[in-house]
Design a protein around this ligand. Structure first.
Ligand code: NAD
Ligand code: KPL
Length: 321
């Protein structure tokens, strides 16, 4: 028997009603995801910091996605964290250092069957959020897409890439991946997302801090290859020690490849420092050094690099956490 009140797919199987994507953090990645989900006709709501930001957003009348020559505005609904509406699917797109506090602000709104998707770079913030809401399923993501803001409520899709998603507790595949497909978000379910995140962290530790200290583009590190390789050897040993041997395979070769492939780019950490923005150091190099310290594994070169970077940030009046 068919219930004509229900929406049907082409095969007459009753379609799942779409769950609203609540996007927490309307920065580069938040806007990039929100606009593409909205473009696919999916229900999306932004959660902005406060009433002042909500007023500013309303005045702008939507988010603008810029892709090549094309620019399109999407009038996505927005709300503040204090809104009482229940949240069943939460995409967290704050910086790693803001994620835990941002989720704490809306934790009471999460339904018992809610899912949180964490899009932060590095490691540490995801575990902090998961510990804050132990009854809620947390899905970790690692993305090579690139986006930046060229104005308030405007995002430029600067680099096509891929996003891996997975459950660190080996949970089943998420039921909503077809929605990412419909939205043109290139993705894949990863059965070992921690390995992906560790690998990206190691790449970032071998490249980003040195680009800041030598004030160079990624390609500038070709002049410091001995130092890069020493860091890669130490990072590989640390990964193996931390039970992430898979993430260590061919690390130095991949770091060399990324340096060549992105030779003209400034690393994300270099860009943060150049713009006087806080870096995610504690979730990258800081996390690696802390993992080594807490298991009494010696990483002298990484520790020295951490110390140099910390001093460099302090001298520029930037937070070193
Ligand atoms: P961003 O600074 O552009 O955006 C973060 C947003 O979160 C800001 O708008 C900020 O106001 C908001 N925010 C912070 N605390 C909040 C709160 N309590 N309530 C509501 N909003 C809050 O950062 P981004 O570049 O989008 O990066 C987000 C994460 O994605 C980072 O971990 C970054 O490393 C990672 N990432 C970024 C890119 C990229 O190209 N931008 C690519 C891959 C991964
Ligand atoms: O991810 C990067 C970044 O800049 O953050 C790369 C390009 C891999 C350099 O570490």
């Amino acid at each position: 028997m068919r219930n004509s009140a229900l929406p049907h797919t082409h095969s007459d199987v009753p379609a799942r009603a779409s769950t609203t994507w609540h996007v927490l953090g309307a920065g580069s990645m938040g806007m990039l995801w929100a606009t593409r989900l909205a473009r696919a006709g999916l229900p999306v709501k932004l959660i902005v910091r406060n009433c002042e930001r909500l007023q500013a957003y309303k005045a702008a009348r939507g988010l603008t996605l810029i892709e090549g020559e094309e620019s399109q505005k999407w009038n996505i609904r927005a709300q503040i964290p204090e809104n009482g509406e229940p949240i069943q699917r939460l995409l967290v797109t704050c910086k790693a250092y803001d994620a835990q506090q941002a989720v704490a602000q809306i934790a009471a709104r999460l339904t018992p069957d809610a899912e949180i998707i964490l899009l932060q770079n590095g490691l540490g913030s995801q575990q902090a959020v998961a510990a804050l809401v132990p009854h809620i399923r947390c899905i970790f993501a690692s993305s090579t897409e690139g986006a930046f803001r060229d104005g308030d409520w405007r995002v430029v899709f600067a680099g096509r890439g891929h996003t891996w998603l997975g459950d660190a507790d080996q949970g089943t595949i998420a039921q909503w991946l077809d929605e990412l497909q419909r939205s043109g978000i290139d993705h894949e379910w990863s059965p070992n997302i921690l390995s992906r995140l560790w690998r990206k962290l190691a790449l970032n530790c071998a490249i980003n801090p040195l680009t800041v200290l030598y004030d160079c583009r990624n390609g500038g590190l070709q002049a410091h290859s001995a130092e890069v390789h020493t860091l890669c050897a130490e990072l590989s040993a640390l990964l193996e020690h931390c039970g992430q041997a898979g993430a260590a395979v061919g690390l130095a070769t991949e770091v060399d490849r990324v340096i060549r492939a992105t030779a003209n780019n400034y690393s994300s950490m270099h860009q943060d420092v150049a713009h006087g923005r806080r870096t995610e150091i504690s979730y990258l190099l800081g996390y690696a050094c802390e993992a080594a310290r807490s298991s009494q594994f010696a990483v002298p070169h990484l520790q020295h690099l951490h110390q140099r970077l910390t001093e460099h940030l302090q001298q520029r009046g930037l937070p070193c956490n």
